[in-house]
Design a protein around this ligand. Structure first.
Ligand SMILES: O=C(O)CCC(=O)C(=O)O
Length: 249
């Protein structure tokens, strides 16, 4: 993570990383999605869990080499994958409102951000891989930059929470296919209604520090017969004592 990226993440609670996926990786992941996610096509907001089981390119996102350095910096050397899913939306699709924020929602206890002695640490942290673009105003991921450090997260008005009013402090970052957005769940964030003609396709891989879990189930390496040793370490259930580092060396 560059010094400027650390500055931006500490300041705003999220960062967009450009061109994490090559056009070939995006095309392969879109092709996998077309094969593996055929259900609920009539729904304007559809989601599916465990996209990491779709195939090799989706499994590779568990420890994508361009993402691993960010997980080490933000979650520490024993980071683990907590759960993964996708969000696909067509025009008019609506999902949940703004949520998250330390000490506000049902993730209380797991949504946190700390800085100490030059080190950032987070609870549940999300890497969103974009398979299609979102221009300003298209909708999709939106957040209140800096709210991971807010002392008044509960004061967010309900009409703002539900996107009925979008004040200046709510941002919907523009992204291109292949970009990744990393955010801490301590950030107030949510899904803005999708307004674009093209489909929104986002894959969300959520990571935790090695000692904690948001999900109430854990990854089973048997579901990933081709998993590498490193991926198996990252998939391990939460623990503290004698837990190996996720990345060797
Ligand atoms: O990308 C989005 O639509 C937001 C996802 C979300 O709200 C979450 O991960 O909790």
């Amino acid at each position: 993570m560059t010094p400027e990226e650390k500055f931006m993440f500490d300041l705003e609670g999220y960062i967009v990383i450009k061109n994490v996926l090559t056009p070939e990786e995006v095309a392969a992941l879109n092709a996998l999605a077309d094969q593996r996610f055929t259900e609920k096509r009539e729904q304007a907001d559809r989601r599916m869990s465990a996209v990491s089981q779709w195939g090799a390119e989706a499994q590779a996102l568990i420890d994508h080499p361009k993402i691993v350095p960010y997980m080490l910096e933000l979650l520490g050397p024993k980071f683990r994958i907590d759960h993964d899913y996708c969000i696909f939306m067509t025009k008019g699709g609506r999902a949940g409102g703004l949520h998250g924020g330390e000490g506000h929602s049902d993730g209380e206890g797991d949504h946190w951000y700390r800085y100490r002695y030059g080190v950032m640490r987070n609870g549940l942290t999300v890497v969103t891989f974009f398979l299609t673009h979102a221009d300003q105003g298209d909708g999709g991921f939106a957040c209140v930059p800096g709210s991971h450090k807010s002392n008044f997260a509960k004061n967010l008005p309900d009409d703002v929470r539900m996107f009925e009013r979008v004040p200046h402090y709510v941002t919907q970052p523009a992204v291109e296919a292949g970009d990744a957005l990393i955010f801490t769940e301590a950030l107030i964030h949510g899904t803005m209604p999708w307004a674009a003609d093209h489909e929104r396709r986002a894959l969300l891989y959520k990571f935790s520090p090695g000692h904690s879990s948001w999900a109430n189930t854990y990854y089973n390496p048997a579901d990933y017969p081709t998993a590498t040793e490193q991926q198996i370490r990252i998939m391990a259930a939460p623990s503290v004592g004698r837990r190996p580092n996720s990345i060797e060396g």
